[in-house]
Design a protein around this ligand. Structure first.
Ligand code: NAD
Length: 530
Protein backbone atom coordinates (compact mmCIF):
# COMPACT_ATOMS: atom_id res chain seq x y z
CA UNK A 1 0.00 0.00 0.00
CA UNK A 2 1.12 3.54 -0.66
CA UNK A 3 2.32 5.27 2.47
CA UNK A 4 0.90 8.61 3.48
CA UNK A 5 3.02 11.27 1.78
CA UNK A 6 2.75 15.00 2.33
CA UNK A 7 0.68 16.79 -0.24
CA UNK A 8 2.55 20.07 -0.21
CA UNK A 9 4.29 19.83 -3.60
CA UNK A 10 1.66 17.69 -5.27
CA UNK A 11 -0.98 20.25 -4.37
CA UNK A 12 0.74 22.73 -6.70
CA UNK A 13 0.36 20.33 -9.65
CA UNK A 14 -2.25 18.46 -11.65
CA UNK A 15 -1.27 15.33 -9.69
CA UNK A 16 -2.24 13.77 -6.39
CA UNK A 17 -1.39 10.57 -4.51
CA UNK A 18 -4.41 8.70 -5.83
CA UNK A 19 -3.49 9.33 -9.49
CA UNK A 20 0.16 8.41 -8.95
CA UNK A 21 -0.88 5.27 -7.09
CA UNK A 22 -3.09 4.30 -10.05
CA UNK A 23 -0.06 4.71 -12.35
CA UNK A 24 2.08 2.50 -10.07
CA UNK A 25 -0.55 -0.19 -10.39
CA UNK A 26 -0.01 -0.34 -14.16
CA UNK A 27 3.54 -1.63 -13.65
CA UNK A 28 4.35 -5.22 -14.63
CA UNK A 29 2.23 -7.94 -16.19
CA UNK A 30 -1.51 -7.41 -15.77
CA UNK A 31 -3.45 -9.35 -13.15
CA UNK A 32 -0.72 -9.19 -10.49
CA UNK A 33 -0.69 -6.92 -7.45
CA UNK A 34 2.78 -5.97 -6.34
CA UNK A 35 3.95 -4.44 -3.08
CA UNK A 36 5.10 -0.90 -3.68
CA UNK A 37 8.49 -0.85 -2.01
CA UNK A 38 10.67 1.63 -3.95
CA UNK A 39 10.05 5.27 -3.02
CA UNK A 40 10.00 7.92 -5.77
CA UNK A 41 11.16 11.35 -4.66
CA UNK A 42 10.67 14.83 -6.09
CA UNK A 43 14.35 15.85 -6.07
CA UNK A 44 13.82 19.60 -6.17
CA UNK A 45 11.51 19.46 -3.19
CA UNK A 46 13.03 16.57 -1.27
CA UNK A 47 9.67 14.96 -0.88
CA UNK A 48 8.46 11.44 -1.48
CA UNK A 49 5.66 11.51 -4.05
CA UNK A 50 4.92 7.83 -4.62
CA UNK A 51 6.15 4.26 -4.68
CA UNK A 52 6.72 1.58 -7.27
CA UNK A 53 7.29 -2.17 -7.17
CA UNK A 54 10.65 -3.86 -7.42
CA UNK A 55 10.06 -6.64 -9.94
CA UNK A 56 12.10 -9.82 -10.12
CA UNK A 57 13.27 -11.97 -13.01
CA UNK A 58 10.11 -14.10 -13.16
CA UNK A 59 7.85 -11.03 -13.20
CA UNK A 60 9.81 -9.66 -16.15
CA UNK A 61 9.55 -13.03 -17.90
CA UNK A 62 5.79 -12.95 -17.48
CA UNK A 63 5.68 -9.32 -18.69
CA UNK A 64 7.57 -10.21 -21.88
CA UNK A 65 5.31 -13.20 -22.60
CA UNK A 66 2.13 -11.14 -22.07
CA UNK A 67 3.50 -8.42 -24.33
CA UNK A 68 4.38 -10.98 -26.99
CA UNK A 69 0.79 -12.26 -26.91
CA UNK A 70 -0.72 -8.75 -27.04
CA UNK A 71 1.59 -7.79 -29.93
CA UNK A 72 -0.01 -10.47 -32.13
CA UNK A 73 -3.20 -8.40 -32.32
CA UNK A 74 -1.22 -5.20 -32.92
CA UNK A 75 0.68 -6.80 -35.81
CA UNK A 76 -2.65 -7.44 -37.54
CA UNK A 77 -3.22 -3.67 -37.77
CA UNK A 78 -2.02 -2.29 -41.12
CA UNK A 79 0.87 0.19 -40.94
CA UNK A 80 -1.59 2.97 -41.81
CA UNK A 81 -3.84 1.94 -38.93
CA UNK A 82 -0.88 1.95 -36.56
CA UNK A 83 0.07 5.40 -37.86
CA UNK A 84 -3.46 6.60 -37.05
CA UNK A 85 -3.03 5.45 -33.45
CA UNK A 86 0.26 7.38 -33.27
CA UNK A 87 -1.39 10.53 -34.64
CA UNK A 88 -4.10 10.30 -31.97
CA UNK A 89 -1.42 9.68 -29.35
CA UNK A 90 0.53 12.76 -30.55
CA UNK A 91 -2.61 14.87 -30.15
CA UNK A 92 -3.35 13.46 -26.70
CA UNK A 93 0.23 14.06 -25.56
CA UNK A 94 0.01 17.67 -26.80
CA UNK A 95 -3.45 18.19 -25.24
CA UNK A 96 -2.21 16.89 -21.88
CA UNK A 97 0.98 18.97 -21.96
CA UNK A 98 0.35 20.81 -18.70
CA UNK A 99 -0.05 17.69 -16.55
CA UNK A 100 2.94 16.06 -18.28
CA UNK A 101 5.03 19.15 -17.52
CA UNK A 102 4.00 18.97 -13.87
CA UNK A 103 4.82 15.27 -13.68
CA UNK A 104 8.18 15.69 -15.40
CA UNK A 105 9.16 18.49 -13.08
CA UNK A 106 8.03 16.50 -10.06
CA UNK A 107 10.09 13.43 -10.82
CA UNK A 108 13.20 15.05 -12.35
CA UNK A 109 13.43 18.45 -10.63
CA UNK A 110 14.15 20.12 -13.97
CA UNK A 111 13.00 23.66 -14.74
CA UNK A 112 9.71 24.03 -16.59
CA UNK A 113 11.46 25.45 -19.67
CA UNK A 114 13.59 22.32 -19.93
CA UNK A 115 10.62 20.03 -19.25
CA UNK A 116 8.82 21.78 -22.11
CA UNK A 117 11.38 20.47 -24.63
CA UNK A 118 10.39 16.91 -23.72
CA UNK A 119 6.67 17.50 -24.02
CA UNK A 120 7.17 19.15 -27.43
CA UNK A 121 9.42 16.35 -28.65
CA UNK A 122 7.15 13.35 -28.09
CA UNK A 123 4.22 14.55 -30.27
CA UNK A 124 6.66 15.78 -32.95
CA UNK A 125 8.38 12.41 -33.06
CA UNK A 126 5.06 10.51 -33.20
CA UNK A 127 3.83 12.79 -36.00
CA UNK A 128 7.04 12.26 -37.97
CA UNK A 129 6.75 8.48 -37.84
CA UNK A 130 2.98 8.52 -38.44
CA UNK A 131 3.65 10.58 -41.58
CA UNK A 132 6.82 8.99 -43.00
CA UNK A 133 6.70 5.54 -41.40
CA UNK A 134 4.23 3.84 -43.78
CA UNK A 135 6.42 4.86 -46.76
CA UNK A 136 9.62 3.69 -45.05
CA UNK A 137 8.06 0.30 -44.21
CA UNK A 138 6.40 -0.25 -47.59
CA UNK A 139 7.47 -3.41 -49.41
CA UNK A 140 10.21 -2.53 -51.91
CA UNK A 141 11.03 -3.96 -55.30
CA UNK A 142 14.77 -4.74 -55.64
CA UNK A 143 16.97 -5.63 -58.62
CA UNK A 144 16.86 -9.40 -59.16
CA UNK A 145 19.35 -11.89 -60.67
CA UNK A 146 17.88 -12.14 -64.20
CA UNK A 147 15.77 -9.23 -65.47
CA UNK A 148 12.30 -10.23 -66.76
CA UNK A 149 12.82 -13.87 -65.72
CA UNK A 150 13.07 -13.17 -61.99
CA UNK A 151 11.95 -10.54 -59.49
CA UNK A 152 12.72 -9.72 -55.84
CA UNK A 153 10.97 -7.72 -53.17
CA UNK A 154 11.75 -6.90 -49.57
CA UNK A 155 9.13 -6.69 -46.85
CA UNK A 156 9.77 -5.33 -43.37
CA UNK A 157 8.45 -7.66 -40.67
CA UNK A 158 8.31 -6.72 -37.00
CA UNK A 159 10.92 -8.20 -34.67
CA UNK A 160 8.46 -9.31 -31.97
CA UNK A 161 9.11 -7.76 -28.56
CA UNK A 162 11.49 -4.82 -28.23
CA UNK A 163 13.08 -4.09 -24.85
CA UNK A 164 13.77 -0.44 -24.04
CA UNK A 165 15.93 0.53 -21.07
CA UNK A 166 16.06 4.25 -20.44
CA UNK A 167 17.73 6.74 -18.09
CA UNK A 168 16.33 9.38 -15.74
CA UNK A 169 17.55 12.58 -17.40
CA UNK A 170 14.92 12.78 -20.20
CA UNK A 171 12.38 10.18 -19.07
CA UNK A 172 9.73 11.03 -21.67
CA UNK A 173 11.92 11.59 -24.70
CA UNK A 174 14.35 8.76 -24.11
CA UNK A 175 11.61 6.18 -23.60
CA UNK A 176 9.24 7.23 -26.34
CA UNK A 177 11.63 8.42 -29.10
CA UNK A 178 12.48 4.73 -29.29
CA UNK A 179 9.11 3.17 -28.40
CA UNK A 180 7.17 5.08 -31.08
CA UNK A 181 9.04 3.63 -34.11
CA UNK A 182 9.14 0.18 -32.46
CA UNK A 183 5.34 0.27 -32.21
CA UNK A 184 4.84 1.58 -35.73
CA UNK A 185 6.86 -1.39 -36.99
CA UNK A 186 4.33 -3.71 -35.27
CA UNK A 187 6.32 -4.71 -32.20
CA UNK A 188 5.32 -5.03 -28.58
CA UNK A 189 7.44 -3.02 -26.14
CA UNK A 190 8.69 -3.84 -22.66
CA UNK A 191 10.00 -0.60 -21.22
CA UNK A 192 12.16 -0.15 -18.13
CA UNK A 193 12.35 3.49 -17.11
CA UNK A 194 14.84 4.44 -14.44
CA UNK A 195 13.37 3.74 -11.00
CA UNK A 196 13.87 7.44 -10.11
CA UNK A 197 11.57 8.62 -12.92
CA UNK A 198 8.85 6.06 -13.73
CA UNK A 199 5.68 8.14 -13.78
CA UNK A 200 5.88 10.07 -17.04
CA UNK A 201 6.45 6.85 -19.00
CA UNK A 202 3.47 5.26 -17.24
CA UNK A 203 1.25 8.22 -18.11
CA UNK A 204 2.29 8.10 -21.78
CA UNK A 205 1.56 4.35 -21.89
CA UNK A 206 -1.93 5.20 -20.62
CA UNK A 207 -2.34 7.82 -23.36
CA UNK A 208 -1.23 5.30 -25.98
CA UNK A 209 -4.05 2.96 -24.94
CA UNK A 210 -6.47 5.88 -24.98
CA UNK A 211 -5.32 6.50 -28.58
CA UNK A 212 -6.22 2.93 -29.58
CA UNK A 213 -3.16 0.80 -28.81
CA UNK A 214 -4.43 -2.63 -27.69
CA UNK A 215 -3.94 -3.24 -23.97
CA UNK A 216 -0.66 -4.89 -23.03
CA UNK A 217 1.31 -3.98 -26.20
CA UNK A 218 3.42 -1.67 -24.02
CA UNK A 219 4.34 -3.07 -20.61
CA UNK A 220 6.34 -1.09 -18.10
CA UNK A 221 8.58 -2.85 -15.60
CA UNK A 222 10.50 -1.30 -12.72
CA UNK A 223 13.08 -2.37 -10.18
CA UNK A 224 16.80 -2.79 -9.76
CA UNK A 225 18.65 -1.89 -13.00
CA UNK A 226 20.93 -4.94 -13.31
CA UNK A 227 18.17 -7.41 -12.28
CA UNK A 228 15.31 -6.09 -14.39
CA UNK A 229 17.55 -4.93 -17.25
CA UNK A 230 19.25 -8.29 -17.54
CA UNK A 231 15.91 -10.19 -17.37
CA UNK A 232 14.64 -8.06 -20.27
CA UNK A 233 17.70 -8.66 -22.45
CA UNK A 234 17.43 -12.40 -21.80
CA UNK A 235 13.95 -12.57 -23.38
CA UNK A 236 13.34 -9.84 -25.97
CA UNK A 237 14.05 -9.88 -29.72
CA UNK A 238 15.76 -6.49 -29.88
CA UNK A 239 17.13 -4.13 -27.24
CA UNK A 240 17.42 -0.34 -27.19
CA UNK A 241 19.51 0.97 -24.34
CA UNK A 242 20.14 4.58 -23.40
CA UNK A 243 22.52 5.23 -20.54
CA UNK A 244 26.18 5.28 -19.61
CA UNK A 245 28.94 3.73 -21.74
CA UNK A 246 29.89 1.62 -18.73
CA UNK A 247 26.45 -0.07 -18.48
CA UNK A 248 26.17 -0.09 -22.28
CA UNK A 249 29.14 -2.46 -22.50
CA UNK A 250 27.52 -4.89 -20.03
CA UNK A 251 24.26 -4.73 -21.99
CA UNK A 252 26.04 -5.28 -25.32
CA UNK A 253 27.82 -8.36 -24.00
CA UNK A 254 24.57 -9.94 -22.87
CA UNK A 255 22.79 -9.03 -26.13
CA UNK A 256 25.71 -10.59 -28.02
CA UNK A 257 25.48 -13.82 -26.04
CA UNK A 258 21.76 -14.01 -26.90
CA UNK A 259 22.41 -13.11 -30.55
CA UNK A 260 19.95 -10.23 -30.49
CA UNK A 261 20.65 -6.94 -32.18
CA UNK A 262 20.74 -3.76 -30.14
CA UNK A 263 21.17 -0.01 -30.35
CA UNK A 264 23.16 1.68 -27.62
CA UNK A 265 22.84 5.42 -27.03
CA UNK A 266 25.63 6.18 -24.58
CA UNK A 267 27.66 8.88 -22.86
CA UNK A 268 29.11 11.99 -24.46
CA UNK A 269 31.95 14.44 -23.83
CA UNK A 270 30.86 16.85 -26.49
CA UNK A 271 33.07 19.61 -27.91
CA UNK A 272 31.96 23.07 -29.01
CA UNK A 273 34.29 24.79 -31.50
CA UNK A 274 34.03 28.57 -31.78
CA UNK A 275 35.90 29.95 -34.79
CA UNK A 276 37.43 33.43 -35.06
CA UNK A 277 34.55 34.68 -37.24
CA UNK A 278 31.76 33.55 -34.90
CA UNK A 279 29.19 35.96 -33.52
CA UNK A 280 30.32 36.22 -29.88
CA UNK A 281 26.90 36.96 -28.36
CA UNK A 282 25.26 34.13 -30.31
CA UNK A 283 28.03 31.67 -29.43
CA UNK A 284 27.76 32.60 -25.73
CA UNK A 285 24.00 32.05 -25.87
CA UNK A 286 24.64 28.67 -27.48
CA UNK A 287 27.21 27.81 -24.81
CA UNK A 288 24.73 28.63 -22.03
CA UNK A 289 22.11 26.45 -23.70
CA UNK A 290 24.57 23.69 -24.58
CA UNK A 291 26.16 23.48 -21.14
CA UNK A 292 23.32 24.23 -18.74
CA UNK A 293 20.16 22.83 -20.33
CA UNK A 294 18.67 20.35 -17.86
CA UNK A 295 21.39 21.47 -15.41
CA UNK A 296 23.93 19.89 -17.78
CA UNK A 297 22.39 16.42 -17.33
CA UNK A 298 22.13 16.01 -21.07
CA UNK A 299 24.06 13.46 -23.12
CA UNK A 300 24.38 16.05 -25.94
CA UNK A 301 25.69 18.83 -23.62
CA UNK A 302 28.78 20.79 -24.64
CA UNK A 303 31.25 20.05 -21.83
CA UNK A 304 34.39 21.18 -23.72
CA UNK A 305 34.48 24.60 -25.37
CA UNK A 306 37.37 25.47 -27.69
CA UNK A 307 37.49 29.17 -28.63
CA UNK A 308 39.78 30.85 -31.15
CA UNK A 309 42.30 33.04 -29.28
CA UNK A 310 41.26 36.18 -31.22
CA UNK A 311 37.80 36.20 -29.64
CA UNK A 312 38.55 34.18 -26.47
CA UNK A 313 38.41 37.08 -23.96
CA UNK A 314 35.26 38.61 -25.47
CA UNK A 315 33.56 35.21 -25.55
CA UNK A 316 34.50 34.34 -21.97
CA UNK A 317 33.21 37.71 -20.65
CA UNK A 318 29.93 37.29 -22.52
CA UNK A 319 29.53 33.62 -21.51
CA UNK A 320 30.13 34.45 -17.83
CA UNK A 321 27.77 37.41 -17.94
CA UNK A 322 24.94 35.43 -19.59
CA UNK A 323 25.49 32.52 -17.16
CA UNK A 324 25.30 34.82 -14.14
CA UNK A 325 21.87 36.01 -15.26
CA UNK A 326 20.41 32.47 -15.03
CA UNK A 327 17.82 31.92 -12.29
CA UNK A 328 17.89 28.62 -10.39
CA UNK A 329 14.61 27.05 -9.29
CA UNK A 330 12.00 24.45 -10.11
CA UNK A 331 8.65 26.09 -9.46
CA UNK A 332 5.80 25.06 -11.72
CA UNK A 333 6.03 28.28 -13.77
CA UNK A 334 8.40 29.32 -16.53
CA UNK A 335 10.31 31.71 -14.19
CA UNK A 336 13.40 29.63 -13.42
CA UNK A 337 16.06 28.88 -16.04
CA UNK A 338 17.92 25.94 -14.47
CA UNK A 339 16.54 23.24 -12.19
CA UNK A 340 17.89 20.70 -9.73
CA UNK A 341 20.25 17.78 -10.19
CA UNK A 342 18.55 14.42 -9.83
CA UNK A 343 20.08 13.17 -6.56
CA UNK A 344 22.98 13.26 -4.12
CA UNK A 345 25.15 11.03 -6.38
CA UNK A 346 24.93 13.56 -9.20
CA UNK A 347 25.64 16.45 -6.84
CA UNK A 348 28.70 14.66 -5.44
CA UNK A 349 29.91 13.90 -8.96
CA UNK A 350 29.76 17.57 -10.01
CA UNK A 351 31.36 18.71 -6.74
CA UNK A 352 34.20 16.20 -7.10
CA UNK A 353 34.87 17.30 -10.70
CA UNK A 354 35.03 20.97 -9.74
CA UNK A 355 37.16 20.27 -6.63
CA UNK A 356 39.61 18.10 -8.58
CA UNK A 357 40.01 20.73 -11.30
CA UNK A 358 40.47 23.58 -8.79
CA UNK A 359 43.02 21.59 -6.76
CA UNK A 360 44.96 21.03 -10.00
CA UNK A 361 45.05 24.77 -10.76
CA UNK A 362 41.80 25.55 -12.63
CA UNK A 363 40.19 29.00 -12.42
CA UNK A 364 36.50 29.33 -11.49
CA UNK A 365 34.94 32.21 -13.48
CA UNK A 366 31.45 31.79 -12.10
CA UNK A 367 29.55 29.23 -10.02
CA UNK A 368 31.30 26.47 -8.12
CA UNK A 369 28.77 26.19 -5.28
CA UNK A 370 25.89 23.96 -4.26
CA UNK A 371 22.70 25.92 -3.51
CA UNK A 372 21.02 23.87 -0.82
CA UNK A 373 18.82 26.80 0.24
CA UNK A 374 16.92 26.33 -3.08
CA UNK A 375 16.77 22.54 -2.87
CA UNK A 376 19.06 19.72 -1.72
CA UNK A 377 20.69 19.05 -5.12
CA UNK A 378 20.87 22.45 -6.80
CA UNK A 379 24.30 23.47 -8.11
CA UNK A 380 25.32 26.74 -9.76
CA UNK A 381 26.13 26.78 -13.48
CA UNK A 382 29.91 26.81 -13.41
CA UNK A 383 32.59 27.92 -15.88
CA UNK A 384 36.20 26.81 -15.54
CA UNK A 385 39.38 27.63 -17.46
CA UNK A 386 43.01 26.43 -17.07
CA UNK A 387 41.74 22.90 -16.47
CA UNK A 388 44.67 20.43 -16.61
CA UNK A 389 44.26 17.59 -19.11
CA UNK A 390 44.59 15.02 -16.32
CA UNK A 391 41.84 16.39 -14.06
CA UNK A 392 38.40 14.77 -13.76
CA UNK A 393 36.34 17.20 -15.90
CA UNK A 394 38.91 16.96 -18.68
CA UNK A 395 38.86 13.16 -18.73
CA UNK A 396 35.33 12.07 -17.76
CA UNK A 397 31.78 13.07 -18.56
CA UNK A 398 30.60 15.39 -15.75
CA UNK A 399 26.90 15.27 -16.67
CA UNK A 400 26.24 18.42 -14.69
CA UNK A 401 26.27 22.24 -15.00
CA UNK A 402 29.99 22.53 -15.70
CA UNK A 403 31.64 24.04 -18.79
CA UNK A 404 35.38 23.98 -19.43
CA UNK A 405 36.65 26.71 -21.77
CA UNK A 406 40.00 26.62 -23.56
CA UNK A 407 41.72 28.91 -26.06
CA UNK A 408 43.02 27.50 -29.37
CA UNK A 409 45.18 29.16 -32.01
CA UNK A 410 43.59 27.61 -35.13
CA UNK A 411 40.68 25.59 -36.45
CA UNK A 412 43.08 22.67 -36.94
CA UNK A 413 44.03 22.69 -33.26
CA UNK A 414 40.34 22.80 -32.30
CA UNK A 415 39.57 19.78 -34.52
CA UNK A 416 42.50 17.86 -33.07
CA UNK A 417 41.37 18.55 -29.50
CA UNK A 418 37.73 17.80 -30.31
CA UNK A 419 38.70 14.40 -31.72
CA UNK A 420 41.06 13.58 -28.85
CA UNK A 421 38.33 11.77 -26.93
CA UNK A 422 36.95 8.27 -26.42
CA UNK A 423 33.47 9.65 -27.11
CA UNK A 424 31.74 10.96 -30.22
CA UNK A 425 28.07 11.74 -29.67
CA UNK A 426 27.50 15.39 -30.52
CA UNK A 427 29.62 18.42 -31.41
CA UNK A 428 28.96 21.97 -32.52
CA UNK A 429 30.83 24.43 -34.73
CA UNK A 430 30.23 28.19 -34.58
CA UNK A 431 31.15 30.49 -37.46
CA UNK A 432 29.86 33.44 -39.50
CA UNK A 433 30.66 31.33 -42.58
CA UNK A 434 28.37 28.29 -42.58
CA UNK A 435 30.22 26.58 -45.46
CA UNK A 436 33.51 26.88 -43.57
CA UNK A 437 31.79 25.43 -40.48
CA UNK A 438 30.52 22.50 -42.57
CA UNK A 439 34.06 21.79 -43.81
CA UNK A 440 35.17 21.53 -40.18
CA UNK A 441 32.09 19.48 -39.23
CA UNK A 442 33.15 16.86 -41.80
CA UNK A 443 36.45 16.40 -39.92
CA UNK A 444 34.89 15.79 -36.50
CA UNK A 445 34.51 12.24 -35.21
CA UNK A 446 30.94 12.41 -33.95
CA UNK A 447 27.49 11.01 -34.74
CA UNK A 448 26.04 14.52 -35.05
CA UNK A 449 27.63 17.91 -35.62
CA UNK A 450 25.46 21.01 -35.23
CA UNK A 451 26.32 24.34 -36.81
CA UNK A 452 25.54 27.56 -34.90
CA UNK A 453 23.35 25.62 -32.47
CA UNK A 454 24.46 23.40 -29.60
CA UNK A 455 22.20 20.33 -30.09
CA UNK A 456 18.55 21.07 -30.83
CA UNK A 457 19.01 21.62 -34.56
CA UNK A 458 20.34 18.06 -34.83
CA UNK A 459 17.86 16.44 -32.44
CA UNK A 460 14.85 18.17 -34.03
CA UNK A 461 15.82 16.93 -37.52
CA UNK A 462 13.61 13.89 -37.03
CA UNK A 463 14.30 12.60 -40.52
CA UNK A 464 18.07 12.46 -39.84
CA UNK A 465 19.71 9.68 -37.77
CA UNK A 466 21.18 10.38 -34.32
CA UNK A 467 23.62 8.26 -32.37
CA UNK A 468 27.22 7.97 -31.33
CA UNK A 469 30.60 6.77 -32.57
CA UNK A 470 33.43 5.34 -30.43
CA UNK A 471 32.27 4.81 -26.82
CA UNK A 472 29.14 6.89 -27.42
CA UNK A 473 27.30 3.96 -28.90
CA UNK A 474 26.13 1.72 -31.68
CA UNK A 475 23.15 2.25 -33.98
CA UNK A 476 20.92 5.23 -34.64
CA UNK A 477 17.55 6.58 -33.55
CA UNK A 478 15.38 8.98 -35.62
CA UNK A 479 14.80 8.86 -39.38
CA UNK A 480 14.41 5.71 -41.49
CA UNK A 481 17.39 4.21 -39.63
CA UNK A 482 15.56 4.58 -36.30
CA UNK A 483 12.54 2.68 -37.68
CA UNK A 484 14.15 -0.04 -39.77
CA UNK A 485 16.27 -1.24 -36.81
CA UNK A 486 13.00 -2.62 -35.41
CA UNK A 487 12.30 -4.78 -38.45
CA UNK A 488 13.47 -8.02 -39.99
CA UNK A 489 13.86 -7.36 -43.72
CA UNK A 490 12.54 -10.41 -45.54
CA UNK A 491 13.37 -11.04 -49.21
CA UNK A 492 10.75 -12.72 -51.39
CA UNK A 493 12.29 -13.71 -54.75
CA UNK A 494 10.24 -15.16 -57.63
CA UNK A 495 11.20 -17.02 -60.78
CA UNK A 496 8.91 -16.72 -63.81
CA UNK A 497 10.77 -19.54 -65.62
CA UNK A 498 10.84 -22.34 -63.07
CA UNK A 499 13.94 -23.48 -61.21
CA UNK A 500 17.06 -21.58 -62.29
CA UNK A 501 19.64 -24.07 -63.54
CA UNK A 502 20.18 -26.58 -66.31
CA UNK A 503 17.23 -26.79 -68.70
CA UNK A 504 15.91 -30.32 -69.33
CA UNK A 505 16.88 -31.54 -72.85
CA UNK A 506 19.65 -28.89 -73.29
CA UNK A 507 23.16 -30.44 -73.22
CA UNK A 508 25.20 -29.29 -70.23
CA UNK A 509 27.96 -27.73 -72.36
CA UNK A 510 25.48 -25.76 -74.46
CA UNK A 511 23.71 -24.60 -71.29
CA UNK A 512 27.04 -23.52 -69.77
CA UNK A 513 27.91 -21.48 -72.91
CA UNK A 514 24.46 -19.88 -73.09
CA UNK A 515 24.39 -19.13 -69.37
CA UNK A 516 27.86 -17.52 -69.50
CA UNK A 517 26.90 -15.45 -72.56
CA UNK A 518 23.70 -14.18 -70.92
CA UNK A 519 25.62 -13.37 -67.73
CA UNK A 520 28.29 -11.47 -69.73
CA UNK A 521 25.70 -9.44 -71.67
CA UNK A 522 23.89 -8.62 -68.46
CA UNK A 523 27.12 -7.47 -66.75
CA UNK A 524 28.09 -5.31 -69.77
CA UNK A 525 24.66 -3.68 -69.82
CA UNK A 526 24.92 -2.98 -66.10
CA UNK A 527 28.40 -1.47 -66.53
CA UNK A 528 27.17 0.73 -69.41
CA UNK A 529 24.33 2.00 -67.24
CA UNK A 530 26.72 3.25 -64.49
P1 NAD B 1 22.99 4.08 -16.37
O1 NAD B 1 23.77 3.37 -17.40
O2 NAD B 1 23.42 3.98 -14.96
O3 NAD B 1 21.46 3.60 -16.38
C1 NAD B 1 20.66 3.63 -17.54
C2 NAD B 1 19.54 2.59 -17.40
O4 NAD B 1 20.11 1.29 -17.35
C3 NAD B 1 18.71 2.72 -16.12
O5 NAD B 1 17.36 2.44 -16.42
C4 NAD B 1 19.30 1.65 -15.22
O6 NAD B 1 18.40 1.19 -14.24
C5 NAD B 1 19.63 0.56 -16.23
N1 NAD B 1 20.68 -0.38 -15.81
C6 NAD B 1 21.62 -0.23 -14.85
N2 NAD B 1 22.42 -1.31 -14.81
C7 NAD B 1 21.99 -2.17 -15.76
C8 NAD B 1 22.42 -3.45 -16.22
N3 NAD B 1 23.47 -4.08 -15.69
N4 NAD B 1 21.75 -4.02 -17.25
C9 NAD B 1 20.72 -3.41 -17.83
N5 NAD B 1 20.25 -2.18 -17.44
C10 NAD B 1 20.88 -1.57 -16.42
O7 NAD B 1 22.94 5.59 -16.85
P2 NAD B 1 22.32 6.84 -16.07
O8 NAD B 1 23.28 7.29 -15.04
O9 NAD B 1 20.94 6.56 -15.68
O10 NAD B 1 22.24 7.93 -17.26
C11 NAD B 1 23.25 8.84 -17.49
C12 NAD B 1 24.14 8.39 -18.62
O11 NAD B 1 23.34 8.15 -19.78
C13 NAD B 1 25.13 9.46 -19.04
O12 NAD B 1 26.37 8.85 -19.28
C14 NAD B 1 24.55 10.01 -20.33
O13 NAD B 1 25.49 10.60 -21.19
C15 NAD B 1 23.90 8.81 -20.91
N6 NAD B 1 22.83 9.20 -21.83
C16 NAD B 1 22.98 8.97 -23.17
C17 NAD B 1 22.00 9.40 -24.05
C18 NAD B 1 22.12 9.18 -25.56
O14 NAD B 1 21.12 9.34 -26.25
N7 NAD B 1 23.29 8.87 -26.08
C19 NAD B 1 20.87 10.04 -23.57
C20 NAD B 1 20.76 10.25 -22.20
C21 NAD B 1 21.74 9.82 -21.32
Amino acid sequence: MAQAVPDSVLAETAWNKRRLYALSNRIGPSGTDYDLTLPVTAPAHSEEIGEIPELGEDDVGQAVEQTREAAKEWREFSVDERAEVLTKFANLAADNRKELLDLLQLETGKSRAHALEETIDVPQNADYYADKGPGILATESRASGIPFATSAEVQYDSKGVVGIISPWNYPLVLSFADAIPALLAGNGVVLKPDEKTPFTALRLAELLEEAGLPEGVVTIVTGDGPTVGSAIIERVDYLTFTGSSETGKIVAEQAGRNLIDCSLELSGKNPMIILDDADVEEAARGAVQGSFTNAGQLCLANERIYVHEDIYDDFLDEFVSQTESLELGADFEFDADVGSLIDSDQLERVQSHVADAVESGATVHTGGNARSEIGPYFYEPTILTDVPATSLPACEETFGPLAVVESVSSAEEAIEKANDSDHGLNASVWSGDRERAKEIAREIESGTVCINDPFLVGWASYDAPMGGVKESGIGRRHGPEGLKRYTEPKTIATSAVGPLGPIPGVPDELFAKGFSAVSNIQRRLNQLRR
